[in-house]
Write a protein that binds this ligand. Structure first.
Ligand SMILES: Cc1ncc(C[n+]2csc(CCOP(=O)(O)OP(=O)(O)O)c2C)c(N)n1
Ligand code: SF4
Ligand SMILES: [Mg+2]
Length: 279
């Protein structure tokens, strides 16, 4: 349903940016969720700050345009407030694994029932090309003119170790597969993490390299150790679902089937309860 989800905002992404594919995939995701009984009115998005976050301007969905590094914190808050909503948080690699890394680790640890899509371009793109947490060793930019002396984080390993119950990798060139991954993540009950290899044509144009290295992963690993071994591979980049397991989500563990919004007691009843509690 591309037209229904279009907005009035002028698109300012560079021509060839991998973010276009994520936007297109997301439009298809909304249609596919609808086929599965999840109407558009139940889908809510959050975004951080960065080139990736402009997806918020280009997609006519409800949501909260958050702060840099706080997309996943906001997503958790929305899900806690109304667990009937399907919440997807868009993050940059800087958002997710620098400023917001603590939120990411704890969202995975507590198995919050949200989906996080990380637009991993390996750079702080919006702020013009500084080294980020997933920048390649040797990457040259305004903050590392002689080349990045650090090794990048491995986002899949971090999320698997933190306890994420759905971990996947997509590639913007494989839009159909990416759509399916996001749908699967959003239908999964628990914390779902999708790293999207998203070249920035301006700062990290790795299309040729990824086209050589990315390989379709046919099925998830059957154990966590197997998934970790797959995630550590460096000579090829598997794309697909690495790991999926069932565990009660944070919201299910806290509330069961109770919903604080639909079961919100009237004001008079709440005041009476407060008076009772404070004597
Ligand atoms: C709290 C806070 N810290 C820093 C910034 C400055 N800032 C804006 S975007 C950005 C980095 C964006 O990188 P990333 O999250 O990878 O997104 P991309 O632009 O690459 O999509 C930074 C550091 C900010 N806006 N707010
Ligand atoms: S700077 Fe990079 S990430 Fe940002 S819009 Fe341009 S190509 Fe895309
Ligand atoms: Mg980035």
């Amino acid at each position: 349903m591309p037209d229904e989800l279009a907005t009035y905002a002028e698109n300012t992404w560079c021509a060839g940016c991998g973010n276009f594919a994520i936007l297109n995939a997301m439009k298809d995701v909304v249609g596919k969720l609808e086929e599965r009984g999840v109407g558009k009115e139940r889908v809510v998005m959050t975004a951080g700050i960065g080139c990736h976050a402009k997806i918020f301007d280009y997609l006519a969905l409800s949501g909260f345009y958050s702060l840099h590094g706080r997309s996943m914190a906001t997503a958790q808050g929305i899900k806690l407030a109304n667990p009937d909503l399907k919440v997807v948080g868009f993050c940059g690699d800087g958002d997710a694994f620098a400023e917001g890394i603590a939120h990411m680790m704890y969202a995975a640890k507590r198995n919050s029932d949200i989906t996080i899509v990380v637009h991993d371009n390996g750079v702080y793109a919006l702020t013009t090309g500084q080294r980020g947490p997933t920048s390649a060793h040797g990457f040259k930019g305004p903050s590392t003119p002689r080349g990045n002396t650090e090794d990048p984080f491995n986002p899949l390993v971090l999320m698997l170790e933190a306890g994420a119950t759905f971990v996947a990798r997509g590639y913007v060139v494989m839009v159909g597969e990416l759509t399916d991954l996001i749908v699967a993540g959003m239908m999964h009950e628990g914390f779902s993490f999708i790293q999207v290899l998203q070249p920035s044509v301006t700062f990290t144009n790795r299309y040729a390299e990824y086209n050589e290295m990315v390989e379709r992963l046919e099925k998830p690993a059957s154990t966590l150790d197997e998934a970790l071994a797959l995630a550590r591979e460096t000579d090829r980049l598997p794309a697909g679902i690495f790991y999926q397991t069932e565990k009660p989500s944070n919201e299910r563990a806290l509330y069961g089937d109770w919903n604080p919004v639909t079961n919100h007691p009237p004001r008079a009843k709440r005041l009476a309860k407060v008076k009772e509690l404070i004597g």
